[in-house]
Design a protein around this ligand. Structure first.
Ligand code: UGA
Length: 440
């Protein structure tokens, strides 16, 4: 099948590359000529494990190309995926200007029946809006259908997630359009759900918001564990064995970041308000998450006292491992709080340092975790990259000014770290359970 994919961010580029790999002809469209050039040279503009190889193979075999010419891509294709960004406005509502602009151009370029598939995360009702915009801009009465096909891939495992989705949701008001998209996804042999447009649009937000809810929920439990001598890691593990709950997304820590959860929960809160419903539940998810960075820095401050003249080393900056994405990364807020309190901040991240450097030039960027630890009064694990799992902590303790370890992702074994001579703080893991008395 000939497809056009508009927008070459995480969702668009991965969608284009994976559909090309399944044997389709994919034209990837972006307004950014530099990105288009890079893609045509086989260089992915984003860091995503496995993407470069797949991109190069499909370019070489002639199934994929990138272009800035949206109208040409539409005219050449049967199916057009809209994968452009929906960044939040000042009020937190998604800005649909890029979706609108693409819809208008699709309308102008229509030269026959097309299926326009929206993959961007958009509020319920956007499919209808896209349909209206295309109708307003088409110059000839060519038919088209609009489909909502939300994307559930995670950054860092985008290729794997796209090839092995838990489910594929196809929201369409016309069964003919739905069946065409079913055909496109058939080689993946994964469960598919066909719904109407509004249902598919809500499924995306309801899913992301529920995952964010799980994270804020376990973080609220972590706070109680810290005050009572309980261990949130064990609480979450025991909860997770209940099949109705499950283990996933119950890791307490610094909370969620990234380009999706913070923005999507906020957007969903706006949507329910727009329909005169109570957004408190959704707002609370965000409030709990927002407080995490401040609480973590307060722990460091409690231990070190005045931060003026102290050095804090940060391990990891990206919003999660295996990505160079720092959007809404917890590290940014933590750096800001530490610098405001007068601390000297050192940091190392395997891939995200250049991005943070442009925001915080005053941070000392290091070549590895050991350099971060040198002469530091505290070492704080922010992003749980694999390479931080098996560090030589004997060596680290010896080079630190004070052996204080703050584990923002509960990566390390508290007992082992204490045995090695560290003061160890893990989120929701009491320092010494014998020190606590439950209040009854
Ligand atoms: C998320 C969803 O997981 C995807 O299904 C969805 O497609 C995507 O948003 C999107 O809407 O585009 P992503 O933002 O890439 O994917 O990252 P996640 O792996 O979900 O992690 C989000 C944040 O939650 C990270 O900051 C992570 O550190 C944090 N997290 C995750 C926790 O604090 N605890 C957990 O137990 C799990």
């Amino acid at each position: 099948m000939k497809i056009a994919v508009v927008g070459t961010g995480y969702v668009g580029l991965v969608t284009g590359v994976v559909f090309a790999d399944l044997g389709n002809e994919a034209l990837c469209v972006d307004i950014d000529a530099a990105k288009v050039d890079a893609i045509n040279k086989g260089q992915s503009p984003i860091y995503e494990p496995g993407l470069d190889d797949l991109l190069q193979r499909n370019l070489e075999e002639g199934r994929l190309r990138a272009t800035t010419d949206l109208a040409h891509a539409v005219r050449e294709s049967e199916v057009v995926f809209i994968c452009v960004g929906t960044p939040p406005t000042d009020t937190g509502e998604p800005d649909l200007k890029y979706v609108d602009a693409v819809a208008a151009e699709i309308g102008r370029a229509l030269n026959g029946y097309k299926i326009v598939v929206n993959k961007s995360t958009v509020p319920v009702g956007t499919g209808d809006r896209v349909r209206r915009i295309i109708e307003q801009h088409r110059t000839e009465p060519h038919e088209f259908d609009v489909v909502s096909n939300p994307e559930f891939l995670r950054e860092g495992s985008a290729i794997h997630d796209t090839l092995n989705p838990d489910r594929i949701v196809i929201g369409a008001d016309n069964p003919r359009a739905a069946m065409k998209i079913v055909e496109l996804y058939a080689p993946l042999e994964r469960p598919m759900l066909i719904t109407n447009l509004a249902t598919a649009e809500i499924i995306k937000y309801a899913s992301n918001t529920f995952l964010a809810l799980k994270i804020s929920y376990i973080n609220a439990i972590a706070d109680l564990c810290e005050r009572t001598g309980a261990d949130v890691v064990q609480v979450a593990k025991a909860m997770g064995y209940d099949q109705r709950i499950g283990h996933a997304f119950l890791q307490a820590g610094l909370g969620f970041g990234g380009s999706c959860f913070p923005k999507d929960v906020q957007a969903f809160a706006h949507t329910v308000q727009r329909y005169q419903l109570d957004p408190t539940l959704f707002q609370t998810i965000l409030d709990i998450n927002h407080a995490r960075a401040g609480q973590f820095v307060a722990q460091i401050r409690n231990r070190l006292g005045e931060l003026q003249g102290k050095t804090v080393g940060l391990l990891g900056l990206a919003f999660k491992p295996n990505t160079d994405d720092i959007r809404e990364a917890r590290a940014l807020e933590i750096i800001r709080l530490l610098l405001d309190a007068g601390a000297t901040v050192k940091a190392y991240d395997p891939v995200a340092m250049p991005r943070v450097q442009s925001l915080f030039p005053q941070v000392h960027y290091c070549r590895n975790a050991y350099e971060v630890a040198e002469n530091a009064d505290a070492l704080a694990l922010i992003t749980e990259w694999n390479e931080f799992r098996q560090l030589n902590f004997e060596r680290i303790r010896q080079t630190m000014r004070q052996p204080n370890l703050f584990d923002g992702r509960n990566l390390y074994d508290p007992q082992r770290m204490r045995k090695l001579g560290f003061y160890y703080y893990g989120v929701g893991r009491a320092a010494d359970p014998s020190e606590f008395k439950t209040v009854l």
